[in-house]
Ligand binder design. Sequence first.
Ligand code: HEC
Ligand code: HEC
Length: 392
Amino acid sequence: MSDEPQHEKEDASREAEQAPIEPSRSRSSALRPLGAALVAALGVGGIAASLAHCTRARPVDARSAELIAGAAHYEEYCALCHGAEGEGYAADNANALANQDFLVSVSDEFLRVNIAEGHPGTPMAAYHESRGGPLDDVKLANLVAFIRGWQEEPTASLTEPGEGDIERGAEVYSRRCASCHGDEGQGVSAVSLNNPQFLATASDAQIRYAISEGRRGTPMPAFAGDLSPRTLDDLTALIRSWERDTEEREIVAPEMGPDLVIHPDGEAPEFSELREGRYVPSTEVAAALEQGRRLVILDARPPSDYVMFHIPGAVPAPYYEIEELAARIPKDGTWVIAYCACPHAASGRVMDYLRDEGFPNTAVLDEGVLVWRDEGFPIVEGEEPGEVADAE
Ligand code: HEC
Ligand code: HEC
């Protein structure tokens, strides 16, 4: 597939002919639910042979090895929020990456940069190694190829919007869009529309296409026919007006230091009964910190988010590294609280792993760290765990 969705019809059909894998075929077969376990069990060669019938235009081995690797990365890093099959909404507002209306209108470059840089301030973290994440360029390319493999319909020809009127757009937006996307596009039940990273990579034509065609099978309606072409232009202009500079962030992945326990000489916290046996409210964790109680707090998000801000004393414990990190966490009855932004997906995975390993006192921060911050509980920035006294 190309890097750019085509803006001309003829290009689009030429593109479809050249598509390296035939989309409908790539979707069938064992490829979609393919996970790390299967890869490990069969080995790349075995899978390549079993896939030989379903790939055409490219050498089978190279192409299928990329997709197998991409599938494994997807399962490890993405499925917990975007769903095992890219159906979306496994956690929070993580959109449907396998949605056809999405895939036919976004470029590989859009996917690549949004995965690499994330959407800072939302549960979508940055996954590139230059941002402290687990993906180098090759892994990222394989992951994008795997996601692109879900595309069954031909790449759309996108219409360049005419010049829109921001004020008229704002008027329609507040009536028709704000309930799902937030007054300022900050996202509520749906993805944000004002994220700097999104706006730096989404073209006007792509944004207009999303409004006009909607996203089948999701709450996002198609507004073509309902709103005039001019109104679609106005809404596009409004969303574009939210664009801000993106921050250049070179991030070194912080490491879990030797001193995991906060207040090692303190008494154990007294939490009331965990909701559903799993969740502890922010108020009780904040009180335990304030009272100098002994506990471990694990930040289950990728490092790019940890560095932006975290709970004082929390240590970095990305959900995809918990197997290696668990050995360093005390198993002596010390309370271990995990949190993330989503608010339960990554932290839940960390806690479930620890419980399986026999850690006696574990819980997930119920509201997640975005709400924790918004409610005014203490946070610190940077690579060091920090202390409540350093908090803002
Ligand atoms: C903790 C949950 C979570 C995980 C894990 C996660 N995402 Fe996301 N992702 C989200 C959310 C939520 C959004 C929407 C963010 C917003 O509102 O701007 C998003 C947005 C995106 C977008 C931008 C979509 C758009 O149209 O703006 C892409 C692409 C994406 N994710 C791909 C991935 C991939 C690939 C992975 C694995 C490497 C991944 N995500 C891991 C939650 C997650
Ligand atoms: C009922 C809720 C709802 C309403 C109302 C709604 N949207 Fe959406 N919108 C969504 C959801 C959910 C998605 C993401 C769907 C997916 O792909 O998984 C979305 C996606 C989008 C996208 C693509 C964003 C991206 O990251 O790729 C744009 C642009 C958009 N909406 C604009 C609008 C505008 C403009 C309006 C009003 C005219 C509107 N929406 C009304 C729920 C809504």
